[in-house]
Design a protein around this ligand. Structure first.
Ligand code: SF4
Ligand code: SF4
Length: 281
């Protein structure tokens, strides 16, 4: 299990623990301020993106120290984890409301409103998290597609999440001052700053999933559809065998390849059961 499961999971997966979504955690003034600043100053993310480029140009030793220190800081304030759809279904089993809102990353990287983000709450109507955001002067919410927050039923949310999988997007959940969880995003490496940071720039701001994909060679037809959708370059193709195989060391366990496989050849296994990736987060 990941570091957060050990610290905040009470022996299980940390994101399946209802206490980590508790409204009580929002009585913390620092946490509220962080949410307000995060949501109302999207230009800070733009600066983060530019800083990643600068970090890449730093000497290796300095870069290593900075990445370690800054990544640890991120773990305290805003950190994510890849979560496959079956665990999102479990989360939807105990949260009491979901609101959909425009993605702040896409606003910065594409200049477009893309409603790929969701706020989860234990309380009805989006809870206190939504009330904080609604009270902001949030320029990133302005735009032709923006009609404010949409309240979604659990069924509608699940349907939308499956649609995002078909688009090749990877589900991630996010803390706002760890361990409080309220964000669910649908990411790709092209447009999401967190995924760019973690995968492209090797500056971790999210954990891999608690799972790793495996392809059953008996079922695999070698169509390579899974390779096209994997955001992490974790699938290789054997020309000799005419089969695809997962590189467990690269796999983030998102399950997007599974959704793309018409032969039902792909399953997710517990990361801990795969020695090559058990310690890779
Ligand atoms: S999508 Fe399925 S059948 Fe096609 S190569 Fe991948 S695992 Fe094999
Ligand atoms: S191989 Fe791993 S990382 Fe790639 S899509 Fe499948 S589950 Fe996700």
């Amino acid at each position: 299990m990941c570091e957060f499961c050990h610290k905040h999971g009470e022996g299980g997966k940390w994101y399946l623990r209802a206490e980590n979504y508790s409204e009580d955690l929002l009585t913390d003034v620092r946490r509220r301020k962080f949410i307000e600043r995060f949501m109302s100053e999207p230009e800070r993310l733009q600066a983060d993106l530019e800083n990643l480029e600068k970090l890449d140009r730093a000497p290796a030793l300095i870069r290593g120290v900075l990445v370690w220190a800054l990544s640890n800081r991120q773990k305290r304030v805003h950190f994510g984890q890849v979560v496959p759809i079956e665990d999102l279904e479990r989360i939807l089993g105990f949260v009491n409301s979901v609101v959909r809102l425009p993605c702040i990353c896409r606003k910065i990287t594409l200049g477009k409103e893309k409603r790929y983000c969701y706020g989860l709450s234990i309380s009805p109507g989006g809870g206190e998290f939504s009330r904080i955001i609604r009270g902001l002067e949030h320029n990133y919410l302005e735009g032709p597609d923006t009609s404010g927050f949409e309240a979604l039923s659990k069924e509608e949310t699940l349907h939308a999440l499956r649609e995002h999988e078909r688009e090749g997007l990877c589900h991630t959940i996010w803390t706002f001052h760890t361990p409080f969880i309220s964000g669910l995003c649908n990411c790709d490496r092209s447009d999401c700053i967190a995924m760019k940071a973690t995968v492209t720039h090797e500056f971790p701001v999210m954990f891999r999933a608690e799972y790793v994909a495996k392809i059953d060679p008996e079922k695999c037809s070698g169509c390579r559809q899974c390779m096209k959708v994997c955001q992490f370059g974790a699938i290789a193709y054997s020309g000799a065998e005419k089969k695809s195989v997962v590189d467990a060391r690269r796999c983030y366990g998102c399950g997007i390849c599974r959704a793309a496989c018409s032969k039902e050849a792909i399953s997710l296994l517990d990361r801990a059961s795969i020695p090559a990736s058990a310690r890779l987060w």
